[in-house]
Design a protein around this ligand. Structure first.
Ligand SMILES: [Zn+2]
Length: 253
């Protein structure tokens, strides 16, 4: 294996490309308003990111999916339509993922997956593996079940998200101090956090807007200055084996 991403000194930028925040689950103001400036910023910084995209976007906004792929970023699957996979029968969840992969693989050879709301029923893992998913980022260091380090389950490398997306809404003075700590950094953002949407839930609207994109750009510059290397989700597969990675011996579904 090629040594391209020392664990502990890499950072991954990941975007969950989906409809706007609740209760606006049928509009795409974030995608329409924030994608272009995001791609421009990433280009300026020379960073490739991972865009976990809902499958229906390939039909609703094909230009968006094309723009992500043409800019050289990794396209991952975020399910078909943002339906919670832990709240539907397993068979339906399998079909949901399959349909998403089919749509998105018209554009890109998908190997990475993230479940909506980071809620992936364990029983779905072997089905992800059998559909060619090699990396799953549906777990986090801050949301139960807590995963502090990558693990391998059913042959799928599970890479936990490091911070809630709202971290990037903090003032830079505070944000800079938090991200300076050691360890891998998997950042998560949604396009709707980069535009100003009026919603009745303050947790979804406080601090959002293009300032979040500026914070992300500062974060990238800062991490690079500390010696961190940007990688995409699929590039974790080329990482050397880490003592942090725990391989679990699950054999039953
Ligand atoms: Zn989502």
């Amino acid at each position: 294996m090629k040594l391209s991403c020392p664990w502990g000194r890499s950072f991954i930028l990941s975007f969950d490309v989906e409809m706007d925040a609740p209760p606006y689950m049928s509009s795409f103001r974030g995608v329409d308003g924030a994608l272009d400036p995001t791609l421009e910023m990433l280009e300026r910084q020379g960073v490739k990111a991972t865009f976990f995209t809902i499958g229906i976007l390939a039909r609703l906004r094909p230009r968006v999916v094309e723009a992500i792929v043409e800019a050289g970023h990794e396209l991952g699957s975020h399910g078909l339509d943002h339906k919670r996979l832990d709240r539907i029968p397993l068979r339906e969840a399998v079909e949901n993922v399959k349909a998403s992969l089919k749509l998105l693989r018209e554009y890109y050879d998908i190997v990475s997956f993230r479940a909506p709301n980071l809620k992936l029923p364990r029983g779905l893992l072997p089905h992800l593996a059998s559909q060619g998913v090699l990396v799953d980022s549906s777990v986090a260091k801050y949301k139960p079940p807590i995963y502090l380090n990558p693990t391998v389950e059913y042959g799928v490398l599970r890479v936990p998200v490091s911070y809630p997306s709202s971290l990037l809404r903090l003032p830079w003075s505070l944000l800079g101090r938090i991200i300076a700590g050691d360890g891998d950094k998997v950042m998560l953002l949604h396009p709707w956090e980069l535009v100003e949407i009026k919603a009745p839930r303050p947790d979804l609207t406080l601090g959002v807007g293009l300032r979040v994109l500026r914070n992300l750009e500062e974060t990238i510059k800062y991490l690079k200055s500390l010696g961190y290397k940007p990688i995409t989700m699929r590039e974790t597969l080329a990482c050397p084996p880490s003592p942090l990675i725990k391989v679990e011996g699950y054999s039953q579904v």
